[in-house]
Ligand binder design. Structure first.
Ligand SMILES: NC(=O)c1ccc[n+]([C@@H]2O[C@H](COP(=O)([O-])OP(=O)(O)OC[C@H]3O[C@@H](n4cnc5c(N)ncnc54)[C@H](O)[C@@H]3O)[C@@H](O)[C@H]2O)c1
Length: 338
């Protein structure tokens, strides 16, 4: 499989490493920043260009879009229009409206299109699907996303926003909450409505970068889900006591299923853990598939999907549902500010 990559930043390393370790070909990398493109190409022994159009004119089995969130819409659209199969980093776009347009374009084109919600492809997360079915009628849920953030980082963010107020930076809710909302929709089905939400900001960061989000959601299945998401300087909390406190909890009348996910930066060092308390058996069962790199698993499954296999990768439609929920939570939070 030959992959071409747009964006040579932080996350591009994870993509290139996976492509290489699976023995796939990394053809060319494109980045508007020529220096970044050249450095990346030297590191991964591939060609580079600063011109995305040039990359899109070249044959590839897959084009990966790894540019900042704000540019996903225009770059992914160009890749689909050029006839490519696409892996677009998450969130698919920064608005439900853009995501609907992109999903419609993908549907009309018939091109394969995947969105990088790679937490759902880990074998532990796939086992969680079975646990989620065993909880009976779902009554309640919890989506928790707390990540450790040193206090000093807030000054850096506020300074950056003061210098460029139109910066396209996002906060923890969009960047990390989107992953966990994808898991919620993937395992518990669609949302009926957002009942309430509140967002809190640090000085100088409003409205670009949220510090804390709470939301209350009503699901189509009737259950109520609480979302709590934030950056706090707590470094020893969470299941592994490393500050990474991420949890999806689905509670029904026959059981409680939990999924502790992992630090995205270290997929090769940590495994998610899925658990179920089964009321009929009066037993707790636990599953841990081991240190499997989510990003590598994502590319392995894309190759399988391109060969016609049915795989649990996020589709444009599913990613659009996440972006709609994100918009709805922002809107509910704005209503609560009044
Ligand atoms: N899956 C995950 O867990 C995960 C984790 C981190 C980041 N991400 C996602 O990866 C994406 C990139 O994040 P990052 O941290 O690598 O950002 P980054 O800022 O480190 O890198 C982005 C690169 O894209 C280039 N770029 C910007 N606009 C461009 C354009 N229009 N055309 C070509 N190049 C362009 C920039 O010059 C930069 O080198 C984001 O969407 C982010 O949400 C996903």
């Amino acid at each position: 499989m030959k992959v071409n990559l747009i964006g040579a930043g932080n996350i591009a390393d994870y993509h290139a490493r996976s492509i290489k370790s699976l023995g796939y070909e990394l053809g060319v990398v494109a980045d508007g920043n020529e220096q970044a493109a050249r450095r990346f190409a030297e590191k991964y022994d591939c060609r580079w260009t600063a011109d995305t159009t040039l990359l899109l004119s070249e044959q590839a089995d897959l084009v990966t879009v790894a540019v900042p969130n704000a540019y996903h819409f225009e770059v992914a659209k160009a890749a689909v229009n050029a006839g490519h199969a696409v892996l677009c980093e998450k969130p698919m776009t920064r608005s439900a409206e853009n995501s609907r347009e992109l999903a419609e374009l993908v549907r009309k084109s018939g091109n394969p299109f995947f969105v990088g919600y790679m937490k759902r492809v880990h074998p532990t997360a796939r086992k969680f699907k079975e646990y989620a079915r065993r909880i009976g009628t779902m009554r309640s849920g919890l989506v928790r996303v707390f990540h450790p953030m040193p206090e000093a980082s807030w000054t850096i963010i506020a300074d950056q926003l003061a210098k460029s107020p139109k910066s396209t930076m996002d906060g923890v809710f969009v960047n990390s909450g989107s992953h966990m909302l994808d898991l919620l929709l993937h395992f518990a089905g669609p949302v009926r409505r957002v009942l309430a939400a509140r967002m809190q900001y640090r000085d100088g960061c409003y409205p670009n970068v949220d510090a804390m989000t709470h939301a209350l959601i009503e699901m189509e299945n009737g259950a109520t889900v609480t979302v709590e998401c934030g950056w706090l300087p707590l470094s020893g909390v969470g299941r592994r006591e490393n500050g990474w406190d991420e949890l999806l909890e689905l509670r029904g009348d026959a059981g409680l299923a939990t999924l502790h996910t992992t630090w995205w930066e270290r997929p090769q060092f940590e495994s998610p853990v899925a658990e179920i308390w089964d009321e009929a058996l009066r037993t707790r069962e636990s599953f841990n598939a081991g240190m499997i790199d989510n990003f590598e698993e994502e590319y392995r499954l894309i190759r399988a999907a391109l060969s016609g296999e049915d795989v649990p990768l996020a589709t444009a439609e599913e990613a659009c549902a996440v972006d709609t929920l994100i918009d709805d939570i922002f809107a509910a939070a704005r209503r609560s500010e009044i």
